[in-house]
Design a protein around this ligand. Sequence first.
Ligand SMILES: [Zn+2]
Length: 353
Amino acid sequence: MVRPFFACVLAVCAAILPVCSDAADAKFVSIPVITDNRIAPRVVYIENPRFPKFTTGELKTVVAGAAHLIKENFGIDVVIPNKISARNIDDVFSKLVGSEPDGFKGLIGDFRHGKVDWETVRKNLIEQIEKQTDPLADQIAFARPYLTRPVEKEDIDSFSKAVVETFDNRLSYWTSAKLHDGNPIIGTVPGRPDYPLNEYGYWTLMARQGIEAEIVLTNQLVASVEYIPVPIHTSLRGGITGGSTEYNPSSALGASVWVTLFPYVSDDPEIRALRSGDTYTRKDALSYASAMLAHEMGHQLLHLGHPWSTPACLMRPAEALDFAAWTAKFDPAKCPVGSSPAMTPGTDEVPIW
Ligand SMILES: [Zn+2]
């Protein structure tokens, strides 16, 4: 996904962002020049010791699976690195906290303390609903299986209220659901520093601060709410972000991608509800994570968009977290580069902030 944290707000409320005070000044990452159709990305694994862990072998399997899909879909060779450096998540976040630009924290909804201005979230959502080319009835039909309560009337007001309530329910769930250590999946944990590990904005900031990698993998769940236009499908899954592509001045490709592996290996009931009740074998989980990584790298390498109307495309986002259904539909022959506006290189721009 390309969900530019600051750039999304540029046109909406640029005044709070002195770093990009004029939308006309917005700059974007250039499409990388890929010599000999070959890239050799550096991979970093950021580990939260509380969450399910991954071996170096498993991480390499994820990268190798993505490399296979990238070759098949885009004709680019990805060299698998010999070494994947592992970093403790607290060390990484200790350098992010305290270095936020002005206006940054004001974009984050404090759901951990029940202090989210959901009416603002709803207004942003209405904008997103109105922007879609699909008629409202189709959008409601798409959302219906994932809503935590029915839509009262088939109008935008009732629909947006049901989506925002679902967002709120699913997101706040993580503050009470627990990991095997008996502590909340998102929340304060005795003996550990209280960093905003689950906040999407900080993963964007990590890239902007120039983490030295083209690919960042993590076992941390990233789920949050921001006062920026959030897509409907992200709202329906309670603000879970599976990964994104972000401006990174240290990346040889101009942007780095990050992907969380948690949604593939977790059997939490909330995660399972978003994947039609499925549980995944470890092998399948790693293979679905590869698909997500390859999807993000489609944004990173070619700046491709989201071809919503072609389910055969790797670049079409997954429904909720139903990765088995998503990957089963892939057919590179039906979705070559250049086959639709969204599949045209340069469609999706990664903002520099
Ligand atoms: Zn995407």
